[in-house]
Design a binder for this molecule. Structure first.
Ligand code: ADP
Length: 630
């Protein structure tokens, strides 16, 4: 076994294998591209120790730590070995001995000291200052997120840089009174740990100048439970100032965020705090410590130090409050007018108005409605125009029809005159006879009475002729009524019969045995029939005498009324059949070609149909169908 070479490698001695591997690596290093410069941090990892004051999740320090960590990882040109330790003693009112924790840290770091220590918060700063010689004698330190008053300047070494903040209670109280000028009481929530006691005294000192304007209530000697109880029933014009709540008077440790959320849930007054970590959920706002600004300064400093700069050379002024920020929802809830806010304030979390939220939807709906409205008004306008056009066309039709009737009357003038002559002549003869009889000695009164009766009958006949003519030529507007078709057609036949008689044409009317009720205009329908009869009379004028007959009939078929006008004339040439209803189509020398066009228009207006066909026995038959009245 031992003599066997590894699989895939030629049978070679050990030095030869080594040379061969080196050559391969060389080739690979030539073939493979260099890692892009700046892509991944290179070199030895930098060991960064983050020391927390209260624990990793204690606001507001946890927010500073989170941002510092993220920024460090983002900005560091070196790989990082981030280690975090938590100093829990700050969470007790009577902390026990620190020695075991110090021992633990010593055993961890005595061989490999961190490259930098970043303390977060005052307790951590004080701790590392106290134990720096023992634990990290040569390690540079950045004391971050610490209030300037809590930095032990006497103990600072050349290897330390301080990124401190300034808690300006006085500026903050005055900002509260500016936004809520009617405030009568400020209830201050600050816990009971040694650190909080320090801040309580500081706050009380800075509150002094305001005491003439507003009463301060201090909750430092209450358990948090009791604070919550009081917060539910605060008198009007009270505001709550959230200072710090790490440990309450009952010795219970609280995570700032959870405690504040609990207070916010029950409080009947607005809560103010200068810690940005609480802003956005529970506090109204104001001038606050900017987590971003402090963390950025701490990270910049750490990176400069890790890069070789001397900590003593980096001097950073204490960081004050950032320009004020307010939560729009808080302003609404507590009726704070935007005009009361300090100049340069930023308002966040503004809820969009209905218009801002649904701008596109509203615009879309509005434009759809507008388009619809435009369409509707366009359609209404169109309908009105159509109505007007219809009315106008009806008027034109009526006028045209009247002209057509005048022309028919003109054609009938001779026969009408003839028909009038007959009764007038008889009247004259009868009158002369009666006069002669009256001259005799004993006139036969009975005969004279009969003569007078004849005169009256002739007179009535003449006046009927005139009446029919007048009614035909009457200028009447279209009048739709329920009519008896048999009666209407009989009237038309009556009008035209003198003409037929004068032209020696037989005119026969065969009415349907039942009453045919239809809706229509009597004069117009009579005119249609009149035109058809006159055309038929024209058609049979030139044929031999036994065929000179026109038959008009009415009938009922398929729930419709039918009017037929037939003749035994020459009929209509096949290539004319489709044209004869067109205006101005005529085959007559004196013809106008409007009769059938007007007839069709009138029938259409009565919701009927007019058709024509040639009879097998010769001649044409015109058929009109009209709806019956049910
Ligand atoms: P016009 O009588 O002035 O010519 P019309 O519109 O009434 O106008 O008739 C159009 C044409 O239809 C007529 O010129 C004729 O050629 C044809 N026509 C109408 N009725 C008949 C009919 N009963 N027989 C044969 N042709 C007819």
């Amino acid at each position: 076994m031992g003599g066997h070479a590894p699989i895939g490698v030629p049978n070679m001695s050990r030095p030869v294998v080594a040379t061969w591997l080196c050559a391969c690596l060389l080739v690979l290093s030539v073939i493979l591209p260099e890692p892009a410069s700046g892509a991944a941090p290179r070199g030895e990892p930098k060991r960064v120790l983050l020391l927390h004051s209260f624990g990793r999740d204690f606001r507001p320090w946890s927010e500073f730590a989170r941002t510092i960590r993220a920024e460090l990882e983002r900005q560091s040109p070196w790989p990082l070995d981030l280690q975090e330790q938590t100093l829990l003693t700050a969470r007790f009112n009577n902390p026990g001995r620190e020695a075991p924790f110090v021992d633990y840290l010593r055993s961890l770091y005595q061989d490999v000291a961190p490259d930098i220590v970043i303390s977060i918060g005052a307790p951590a700063a004080s701790f590392v200052q106290r134990y720096r010689a023992e634990l990290f004698p040569n390690t540079p330190m950045v004391l971050a997120a610490v209030e300037q008053r809590l930095v032990n300047r006497a103990e600072l070494t050349d290897n330390d840089t301080v990124i401190s903040v300034h808690n300006d209670f006085s500026a903050f109280f005055s900002s509260i009174l500016q936004v809520l000028p009617d405030t009568k009481t400020i209830a201050v929530v600050i816990g009971a740990s040694p650190l909080e006691k320090f801040w309580l005294d500081e706050a009380k000192r800075e509150a002094k100048p305001f005491e003439s304007r507003v009463a301060f209530v201090w909750y430092a000697d209450l358990s948090f439970e009791e604070i919550l109880k009081r917060a539910t029933a605060l008198p009007p014009h009270t505001v709550l100032f959230w200072g710090l709540m790490s440990v309450d008077a009952a010795g219970v440790a609280h995570e700032g965020d959870l405690a504040l959320r609990g207070l916010h849930a029950v409080a009947n007054a607005p809560i103010f705090s200068f810690q940005e970590a609480f802003f956005g959920q529970d506090t109204v706002g104001g001038p606050m410590h900017s987590i971003g600004a402090s963390s950025e300064k701490a990270v910049n400093t750490a990176i400069r130090i890790l890069g070789g700069e001397r900590p003593a050379n980096i001097k950073i002024e204490p960081i004050g409050f950032a320009p004020p920020k307010y939560d729009w929802r808080g302003l609404q809830r507590w009726g704070i007018s935007e005009s009361n806010l300090p100049a340069g304030s930023e308002i966040l979390f503004r809820e969009p108005t209905f218009w801002e939220k649904y701008r596109w939807q509203v615009a879309l709906i509005a434009s759809v409605i507008l388009v619809q409205a435009a369409l509707i008004s366009g359609l209404l306008h169109e309908r009105r125009r159509r109505r007007l056009a219809e009315v106008e066309s009806r008027q034109r039709l009526a006028e045209l029809a009247r002209v057509n009737r005048y022309s028919a009357a003109g054609e009938m003038a001779a026969s009408i005159a003839h028909e009038l002559n007959q009764p007038l002549g008889s009247i004259l003869t009868n009158t002369e006879t009666a006069e002669l009889m009256l001259k005799s000695v004993s006139p036969d009164l009975e005969e004279i009475r009969e003569i007078l009766a004849d005169i009256r009958r002739d007179d009535q006949r003449a006046s009927e002729v005139i009446c029919r003519l007048r009614s035909m030529l009457r200028k009447v507007p279209t009048e739709v009524t329920e009519i008896d078709l048999n009666e209407t057609i009989a009237g038309a036949v009556g009008i035209v019969s003198p003409l037929a008689e004068g032209r020696a044409v037989g005119l026969k009317f065969v009415p349907a045995p039942m009453t045919l009720r239809a809706k229509g205009d009597t004069v117009q329908l009579q005119q249609v029939v009149l035109n058809l009869i006159m055309n038929a009379i024209d058609a049979v004028s030139d044929v031999q005498s036994e065929k000179r007959e026109v038959v008009v009939a009415t009938a009922r078929s398929d729930e419709q009324a039918e009017i037929l006008v037939s003749d035994a004339g020459p009929g209509i040439a096949d290539d004319h059949l489709k044209d004869i209803f067109e205006p101005f189509f005529t085959t007559k020398e004196q013809g106008m070609g409007m009769g059938l066009a007007i007839a069709r228009t009138i029938v259409d207006a009565h919701h009927g149909q007019i058709t024509v066909e040639n009879r097998n026995s010769g001649g044409a038959v015109f058929r009109i169908k009209l709806p019956l009245v049910r």
